[in-house]
Design a protein around this ligand. Structure first.
Ligand code: NAD
Ligand code: AHE
Ligand code: ZN
Ligand code: ZN
Length: 369
């Protein structure tokens, strides 16, 4: 069938809107009509050419909400008309990772997904007979996309897909990092580096966990109003100090925070985030994605003296079994999503959404189809 899609033909080039051919779903696959998709910094990261797994031409997008249009042979867990959120971290329920009870990183289809392919090693997108690669197993910048059944969370139809699409990545990642990965407890002190969709969602998580102090850090002070509205107790711009930001935070918190979160993808900030943690027990969680070839460093003494460095993908959330409950909690009014949606636009304006992100003017742009 035909579908309108934003095709990324190569790194650092604007995407172009094309009519592409989408193959119908094969065994275990599902055709989804995407209703809306958020734009996450990871899409821009891959478009920049910094992603070692970036393949082109590809249809990017991984923060979507859609409706099942057709199911392939053997698909039983979703049916036509169901509302779904695509999952870049699937949940097969049977692999070593799924059954470990220790991680959300299902590996059932990770190898093909990382190469931009469906599990059978082929693509479902074509333009003029030439294949176009999938992205993160989701490719939500297409009106129609095909996903494995294990990459879909079925959610309550009452939830507006134009908003809950943000639970397909950013909001779940930030909230999950705090509540699931770090397990912040009432009274803990928290520092959050980077106040985009991820960092602001981490603030929501820290507020829900009743953290006593939530220090929000960004070099773009226009992010501070929303950070405070969501619960930040302090907003700090590292540029306003003539010493390293970790020293500033250690002084503000009588020795450092209990937990810190890096929500930028900057390896120098990752070091600051670790080193602003309290000696003996402080934990720093890396969420940001850094480019090919980049590495983190610190003095091992930082770890010897009790600080912990860890990371998280999709907030440690198991998409099929846990994401529907995030949607229910949103519907129950536990947190809001529309604060994040600073811009909405049609797919044909998608490059503007990327520009707004690079200019620091948006939190989330949501593309409608
Ligand atoms: P964003 O661009 O919307 O926000 C990044 C924020 O960081 C901006 O507000 C920017 O001003 C701020 N910033 C930049 N440099 C800074 C510095 N040196 N010090 C302080 N603040 C600085 O991005 P986003 O969509 O919120 O994504 C954030 C990061 O998280 C990206 O690296 C993205 O790829 C990654 N990410 C990871 C996961 C995961 O599962 N681990 C999921 C989603 C996104
Ligand atoms: N492909 C990159 C890494 C990109 C990455 O870290 N992706 C995160 C999700 S970012 C969402 O906005 C993730 O889930 N990683 C786990 C995984 O299995 O991909 C690289 O460096 O190769
Ligand atoms: Zn993302
Ligand atoms: Zn699995």
């Amino acid at each position: 069938m035909k579908s309108k899609a934003a095709v990324a033909w190569g790194p650092n080039q604007p995407m172009s809107i094309e009519e592409v051919d989408v193959m119908l779903p094969k065994k275990g696959e599902v055709l989804v009509r995407i209703v809306a998709s958020g734009v996450c910094h990871t899409d821009a990261f891959t478009l920049s050419g910094e992603d070692p797994e970036g393949v082109f031409p590809a249809i990017l997008g991984h923060e979507g909400g859609g409706i099942v249009e057709q199911v392939g042979e053997g698909v039983t867990s979703v049916s036509v008309g169901d509302h779904v959120i695509p999952l870049y971290t699937p949940e097969c329920g049977e692999c070593k990772f799924c059954t470990s009870g220790k991680t959300n990183l299902c590996q059932k289809i990770r190898e093909t997904q990382g190469k931009g392919l469906m599990p059978d090693g082929t693509t479902r997108f074509y333009k003029d007979g030439e294949p176009i690669y999938h992205y993160m197993g989701t490719s939500t910048f297409s009106e129609y996309t095909v996903l494995p059944e294990i990459s879909l969370a079925k959610v309550n139809k009452q939830a507006p897909l134009e908003e809950v699409c943000l639970l397909g990545c950013g909001v779940t990642t930030g909230m999950g990092a705090v509540m699931n990965t770090a397990k912040v407890q009432e009274g803990d002190t928290v520092a959050i580096f980077g106040l985009g969709g991820i960092g602001l969602s981490a603030i929501i998580g820290a507020t829900m966990a009743k953290a006593s102090r939530i220090i929000a850090i960004d070099i773009n002070e226009s992010k501070f109003d929303l950070a405070k509205k969501l619960g930040a107790t302090d907003c700090v711009n590292p540029k306003n100090f003539d010493k390293p930001i970790q020293e500033v935070i250690v002084e503000m918190t009588d020795g450092g925070v209990d937990f810190s979160f890096e929500c930028i993808g900057n390896v120098d900030v990752m070091r600051s985030a670790l080193e602003c943690c309290h000696k003996g027990w402080g934990e720093s969680v890396i969420i940001g994605v850094a480019g090919a070839g980049q590495e983190i460093s610190t003095r091992p003494f930082q770890l010897v003296t009790g600080r912990v460095w860890r990371g998280t993908a999709f907030g440690g959330v198991k998409g099929r079994s846990e994401l529907p409950d995030y949607v229910e909690r949103y519907l129950a009014g536990e947190f809001k999503l529309n604060d994040f949606i600073t811009h909405t636009m049609g797919l044909d304006k998608i490059n503007e959404a990327f520009d707004l992100m690079h200019e620091g003017k948006s939190i989330r742009s949501v593309v409608h189809f």
